[in-house]
Design a protein around this ligand. Structure first.
Ligand code: A3P
Length: 287
């Protein structure tokens, strides 16, 4: 498959071409959100699939029937992808929708709606590492010779979906304008049970302790990585090559320490300070 791209129309951000078209992006921008919609928004590799699984299980009160029979991209379809239009449910009831689009594109429509937004954020060093391995496996992503080369592009925002800094700052700045819950990958990792309960509170879905037990069990890395409905092994190898890297790769906090040299780490910290100045979001780098 060609490693092609299209240029996103408003902000100049590049997106993988076989998943996005100008029409699908236009549809996403004009989409009418409604009460009951729950949007999962993230920069890539931040724990999006994890939240998709948690939401599925919260709404099924811990029953894994849907989580183990319907692929995650059908349960919570991607707003900006070409298949969204024909996949999104029209009937009443909660709709889960996923997106990597930036706040300048989506926030205006969301501000005028009663949709709930869950923004999942992960420390940018682990995102860079996870994204690098995703580029190795995803045949529709550009090929980088080394982690070092990828890191340079990542820090400059010259990767698909643009700059992590802009994405995170942009969405974080919307927290007072939207019905938005911000949760971090590191929160999920440190205390999955507490995170599930906090999400239940935000969603208005009270659960019995035994149900929370089940959600927690099915959302553990060891269980999710074996679930073919979320581990992306259903996608043909010529699109996602699991021999290069697994989608459910390591699932830990702090793998960046195995990848960044001291010099790269210092440079990263410098860049982080500059780019995130004025933003009081607390990022956790280690647990
Ligand atoms: P790693 O590559 O660091 O392992 P996304 O869904 O946004 O693409 O994010 C994918 C990352 O989330 C991968 O990170 C994947 O392993 C991790 N992940 C998914 N489910 C997880 C879970 N239950 N526990 C820990 N990490 C999980």
């Amino acid at each position: 498959m060609d490693r092609m791209h299209v240029t996103e129309m408003l902000s100049g951000i590049q997106l993988p071409g076989h998943l996005h078209t100008p029409e699908s992006l236009q549809y996403a921008k004009e989409f009418q959100f409604r009460e009951g919609d729950v949007l999962i928004i993230s920069y890539p590799k931040s724990g999006t699939t994890w939240i998709q699984e948690i939401l599925t299980l919260i709404y099924s009160q811990g029953d894994p029937a849907i989580a183990t029979s319907v692929p995650n991209w059908m349960r919570a379809p991607w707003l900006e992808h070409t298949y969204f239009k024909t996949t999104v449910k029209d009937e009443e009831g909660p709709r889960f929708i996923t997106s990597h689009l930036s706040s300048d594109i989506l926030a205006p429509a969301l501000q005028n709606s009663k949709a709930k937004v869950i923004y999942v954020v992960r420390n940018s060093k682990d995102v860079a590492v996870s994204f690098y391995y995703f580029h190795k496996m995803a045949k529709f992503m550009p090929n980088f010779e080394s982690f070092s080369e990828f890191l340079e592009h990542f820090l400059q925002g010259k990767v698909y979906y643009g700059s992590w800094f802009d994405h995170v700052k942009g969405w974080y700045s919307q927290k007072a304008n939207l019905d938005m819950f911000i949760i971090s990958y590191e929160d999920l990792y440190k205390d999955l049970r507490r995170s599930i309960k906090r999400l239940c509170g935000f969603l208005g879905c009270p659960m019995y302790s035994k149900e929370v037990d089940k959600v927690e069990h099915h959302c553990k890395f060891a269980v999710m990585s074996q679930n073919v409905m979320v581990n992306y092994t259903l996608i043909p190898q010529e699109i996602l090559d699991h021999e290069q890297s697994k989608f459910m790769r390591k699932g830990v906090v702090g793998d960046w320490k195995n990848h960044l040299t001291d010099e790269q780490n210092e440079n990263f910290d410098k860049m982080y300070k500059e780019k995130m100045s004025g933003c009081d979001l607390q990022i956790v780098w280690n647990v």
